[in-house]
Design a protein around this ligand. Structure first.
Ligand SMILES: Cc1cc2nc3c(=O)[nH]c(=O)nc-3n(C[C@H](O)[C@H](O)[C@H](O)COP(=O)(O)OP(=O)(O)OC[C@H]3O[C@@H](n4cnc5c(N)ncnc54)[C@H](O)[C@@H]3O)c2cc1C
Length: 447
């Protein structure tokens, strides 16, 4: 009997999974493995909210595999060792996985060189970073030509159906509970009201968005309106693939919603662009992509002000609403992420890496590409970034995008009452300081 091993990582699904499809085609038995690798230096340790998501996602995946006759094998340890051990234990003659694009691909290359018949597949991105380059043969640094180049190519392939059966292999597995992924303090108790981790939850989100959100997507910048898909954590953990999303949207596109659908697909494009950046800069969460920012005069973090930002008690209502939404649900509306990040970086003057790390710990969609790329976009240190001197005014942003305060009052009910605090910092003074710091970085004389 031939046995194949499928090693799942950021592709926690059975439908449209090219690695699983290929393994089932070539072997009579298929073992499915997930490795919790918190030892290899190439893997960025998961944040607390991501661990919560992973716990529930693995539980859903395990159920989907056992319903098809298979078993999800859970093991913990450095992947180079653990995967080789499992291959030997079950006598696998081939191994399949979906490619990843950050520093962890060094692990995959090492395993590919030593394992029998190892195959990598593309299950995570519509484009692979080496498949698109500028006319000059260099990586794209600007989104619009990147996306134009992608759209000029072949349309995305059709998704693969979920297999009916996964003839499995019995092998010892850790218990999910023994991994202690759930938080030790009950800070996550509101997460289940917002989220259903797992493949079925991702598909339900897509269906709901197609039925209700797509027609409203031109209002995606208004945090008080449910106009966006909420698909980001499902995409992050690969519970739904970009191919499934793409075709789901295309099938629902009509003359009326065409502009909204095009815009939505371009946001999927931003996810692709973030991975393009990660592939070419695997240290993107640590290093300014524009090196002139290496000399930026960041302020030493004031614990009281940084704490107020994290807790949502800065006295700036849109920032506070976003930071509280983040803490209570593990997500934050995109427009508010931009404003909260800009406030930390530019008004408070704190290095973007400190904010990025907080989001990494608290977002359920914390993504090794999109999170640092977006923080660098706000800071001005990234590719195709907002210029540093464009400092969002959170009060004007609130007036424009949350005019009746629906969103702010949902998360900050005391807003507008005497108990709501005064701003921790003057917006106009801090804006002036930010612009002066920028001038210092550029080595220009201040007026
Ligand atoms: C400071 C900051 C940090 C961010 N960190 C993350 C992160 O860790 N993970 C993450 O997935 N997104 C991140 N984003 C991008 C964006 O805020 C989220 O993808 C979006 O809010 C998710 O909500 P949604 O699924 O309803 O989005 P929708 O508007 O429904 O968009 C559909 C999908 O497109 C992708 N997408 C949308 N906007 C972007 C974007 N600007 N960059 C990359 N992909 C995008 C996401 O996969 C999203 O699910 C960040 C943005 C900022 C400003």
């Amino acid at each position: 009997m031939t046995t194949a091993l499928v090693w799942l990582r950021d592709d926690l699904r059975v439908a449209d999974n090219p690695a699983l499809t290929a393994a089932l085609k070539t072997a009579e038995r298929v073992a499915v493995l997930y490795v919790l690798d918190d030892e290899s230096p190439e893997i960025r340790p998961l944040g607390a909210a991501s661990k919560w998501w992973l716990h529930h996602s693995l539980r859903a995946l395990s159920r989907a595999i056992s319903e098809r006759g298979g078993q999800l094998i859970l093991r913990r340890g450095p992947a180079r060792r653990v995967v080789a051990e499992v291959v030997a234990e079950i006598g696998a003659t081939s191994v399949h996985w979906s490619r990843r694009f950050g520093a962890a691909r060094a692990i995959d290359s090492d395993l590919k060189a030593t394992l029998p018949d190892a195959h990598s597949h593309n299950g995570t991105l519509l484009h692979e970073p080496w498949s698109l380059q500028t006319g000059g043969g260099t990586p794209f640094k600007v989104f619009t030509p990147f996306w134009k180049a992608y759209r000029a190519g072949d349309p995305p392939r059709d998704p693969f159906p979920a297999p009916d059966a996964i003839p499995g292999v019995e092998a010892p597995s850790d218990s999910l509970e023994s991994w202690d992924l759930l938080p030790s303090i009950p800070w996550d108790h509101e997460f289940p009201d917002t989220w259903s981790p797992g493949e079925a939850g991702g598909q339900a989100r897509l269906d709901r968005f197609v039925a209700h959100g797509l027609a409203l997507y031109h209002r995606r910048d208004e945090p008080g309106v449910e106009a966006t898909s909420g698909l980001s954590p499902h995409l992050r953990f690969g519970e739904i693939s970009p191919y499934q999303v793409w075709h789901g949207i295309e099938a629902a596109t009509t003359a009326e919603n065409h502009a909204n659908a095009t815009r939505f697909l371009s946001e999927i494009g931003w996810r692709e662009f973030s991975y393009h950046q990660l592939f070419h800069n695997t240290d993107i969460h640590e290093r300014n992509l524009r090196s002139e920012f290496d000399g930026f005069p960041w302020s030493p973090p004031d614990p009281a002000i940084l704490g107020a930002w994290r807790r949502g008690t800065t006295g700036i209502s849109l920032v506070d609403a976003g930071m509280r939404e983040l803490w209570r649900t593990g997500t934050m509306h995109n427009r508010v992420r931009m404003v909260a990040a800009s406030f930390l970086i530019k008004n408070i003057g704190i290095d973007w890496r400190i904010g990025e790390a907080w989001f990494w710990d608290t977002l359920v969609d914390a993504d090794e590409a999109s999170n640092p790329a977006s923080w660098q976009w706000v800071a001005g240190s990234g590719y195709d970034a907002a210029p540093y001197f464009r400092v969002f005014n959170p009060e004007l942003q609130a007036a424009k995008f949350d005019p009746d305060a629906t969103y702010r009052l949902r998360w900050v009910p005391e807003f507008g009452t005497p108990v709501y605090p005064e701003p921790v910092i003057s917006l106009s003074d801090s804006r002036a300081r930010a612009l002066a710091d920028y001038t210092t970085m550029r080595g220009e004389r201040q007026p």
